[in-house]
Design a protein around this ligand. Structure first.
Ligand code: FES
Length: 158
């Protein structure tokens, strides 16, 4: 069930667009921020608020990989492995995360803290290799910097 606050934000968002369909992405973003992932109930609720068919919302939720249709960890580590990042050794970042966290891309640590995603170019090729955590970009990574970032995130959870 969406909170009244999120429903209000979605209603305000629809005022910016010519059609309700154009507001689906924003609506899902607000709903996901509140629920952590896009459940079936979230899809229904968003469709109801926007007065759209469920399938119209479902299509958007499953198309964009920024929407999670499965539960994810508190921190989502999105590591780019596209060409620039690959050439600057994003594989070592992925390997290091697998080793440190004990899970691979698409998986969540047992404590529910981290989910790793291997993603396509995030538009920060000049800072390759890079990863995105929440809305924050981390660039020019090496394994030491990754360890530092993970430790900061772990400390922030305590
Ligand atoms: S290739 Fe990694 S950000 Fe573009």
């Amino acid at each position: 069930m969406l909170s009244e606050k999120v429903v209000e934000k979605i209603r305000k968002e629809t005022e910016k667009y010519p059609t309700a369909r154009a507001a689906i992405k924003s609506a899902l973003r607000y709903a996901q921020e509140e629920h952590g992932w896009v459940t079936d109930t979230v899809v229904n609720d968003v469709a109801e608020v926007l007065k759209l068919e469920k399938i119209q919302v479902q299509e958007v939720a499953t198309f964009y990989d920024l929407f999670y249709t499965q539960p994810v960890g508190r921190h989502q580590l999105r590591i780019c492995t596209n060409i620039s990042c690959m050439l600057r050794d994003s594989d070592s970042i992925i390997d290091h995360l697998k080793q440190r966290l004990g899970v691979g891309p698409g998986e969540t640590t047992g404590d529910g803290r981290f989910t790793i995603f291997e993603v396509e170019c995030l538009g920060a090729c000049g800072g390759a290799p890079m990863m995105m955590v929440g809305n924050q970009y981390y660039e020019n990574l090496d394994v030491e910097r990754v360890d530092q970032i993970l430790s900061e995130l772990e400390r922030g959870d305590e």
